[in-house]
Write a protein that binds this ligand. Structure first.
Ligand code: 48F
Length: 261
C-alpha cells in the first residue's frame, strides 16, 4: 500500500468535522478539561447525555498534572476513594483516611474513561462568551485558542446547550464573562457577584466546594475551583477529593434536571 497524503488530510477534515457537527447542539457543554470538568463529562457520558468538554490548552488535566508544587502525586481523602476505584486509578493508603495516586496516571485515566463514555473533548478551543436568552444561559461562543493568542480578529462560532458548566478553575472565566457582558444580571450568590476564593483551609474548602458545585444562574453551573471562587469559599490546595466529587455533583444535579424534561 502506498500512503496518500491527501487521503490522510481528507480523513482528518471529515472526521473532525463530523465530530464537531455532532456537538453543535448539546445537553451539556463543559468549559475546561481540568479535573472537575473531566469527572462531570465522565458521569454525564455514562448517562448517555450529549456532552462535550472544551479546553483551551493543547492538553487536558488542568492543575492535576503537577500534584502539589510539581511533586506529581495527588492526595485523595476517604470520601472520594470510591471514584479512584471506579475509574481504576491505582491508589495507596497513607496514614488514616488518606490515599495517594500518581498524578499522571490519574489525569490520563480520567481523560480516557471520560471519552470512552462518548463524551467528546475539544482541545485548543477557547470559550470566549456565552449565549443568553430570556435570562438563561443557552450555550457557548467558541474560537480557536491560537486565534486568541495571536490577537487575530476572527469571529467565533456558537454551540447551543441546555446546560453549561464553568469548570475553568481559579479563573472562573465563564461566570466572569457572563457577568461582564450581561448587566444587570446577578448570580445566586449572596452578593449577586463572584465572591472570590479565600485563603487555604483544606477541610472547609473541600466540603464547601462540593456543596457549592451547583447552578449560579439559570442554565449555568459551576464546579471545582470555579465553584470555590464563585461562592467565596476557601481554597484547599493539593488535595483532589473535593475536585473529583464536585464534578460528580454538578453532573448529578444537571442529570436530575434533564431527567425531568
Ligand atoms: O484548573 P483545573 O484543573 O480546574 P478544576 O477542575 O481543578 C482545580 C485543580 O486542578 C487544582 C486545585 C485542587 O486543589 O486547586 O487547581 O477546578 O482546570 C481548568 C481548565 O479550564 C481551562 C484551563 O485551561 C484548565 O485546563 N480553561 C480555563 N478557561 C477556559 C478554559 C476557557 N475560557 N475556555 C476553555 N478552557
Amino acid at each position: 500500500m502506498v500512503l496518500d497524503e491527501t487521503i490522510i488530510t481528507r480523513a482528518i477534515i471529515e472526521r473532525f468535522t463530523e465530530k464537531l457537527l455532532a456537538c453543535v447542539d448539546l445537553d451539556v457543554a463543559i468549559v475546561g478539561g481540568g479535573v472537575s470538568g473531566l469527572v462531570a463529562g465522565w458521569r454525564l457520558g455514562q448517562k448517555r447525555r450529549k456532552v462535550a468538554i472544551f479546553e483551551r490548552k493543547l492538553t487536558i488535566g488542568g492543575g492535576m498534572w503537577g500534584g502539589g508544587m510539581m511533586f506529581n502525586e495527588i492526595v485523595v481523602q476517604e470520601a472520594a476513594k470510591h471514584l479512584l476505584d471506579e475509574l481504576d486509578i491505582t491508589s495507596r493508603p497513607y496514614g488514616q483516611g488518606y490515599y495517594t495516586a500518581d498524578a499522571i496516571e490519574a489525569v490520563t485515566t480520567l481523560g480516557s474513561k471520560a471519552m470512552k463514555t462518548g463524551a467528546r473533548l475539544f482541545n485548543c478551543i477557547h470559550v470566549e462568551d456565552v449565549m443568553v436568552r430570556e435570562n438563561r444561559v443557552t450555550g457557548l461562543v467558541i474560537g480557536w485558542s491560537p486565534v486568541e493568542i495571536a490577537g487575530l480578529h476572527v469571529d467565533p462560532m456558537t454551540i447551543r446547550s441546555k446546560y453549561v458548566i464553568d469548570a475553568t478553575g481559579h479563573d472562573v472565566d465563564i461566570v466572569k464573562i457572563f457577568l461582564r457582558k450581561n448587566p444587570p444580571a446577578a448570580l445566586f450568590t449572596e452578593t449577586g457577584g463572584i465572591m472570590g476564593e479565600r485563603s487555604m483551609w483544606a477541610d472547609v474548602g473541600e466540603a464547601q466546594t462540593v456543596e457549592y458545585s451547583k447552578e449560579v444562574y439559570p442554565g449555568l453551573f459551576v464546579s471545582g475551583m470555579a465553584a470555590t471562587a464563585s461562592w467565596g469559599t476557601n481554597r484547599m490546595g493539593p488535595i483532589f477529593g473535593g475536585m473529583l466529587l464536585s464534578g460528580e455533583r454538578a453532573a448529578e444535579l444537571i442529570e436530575a434536571r434533564l431527567a425531568t424534561e
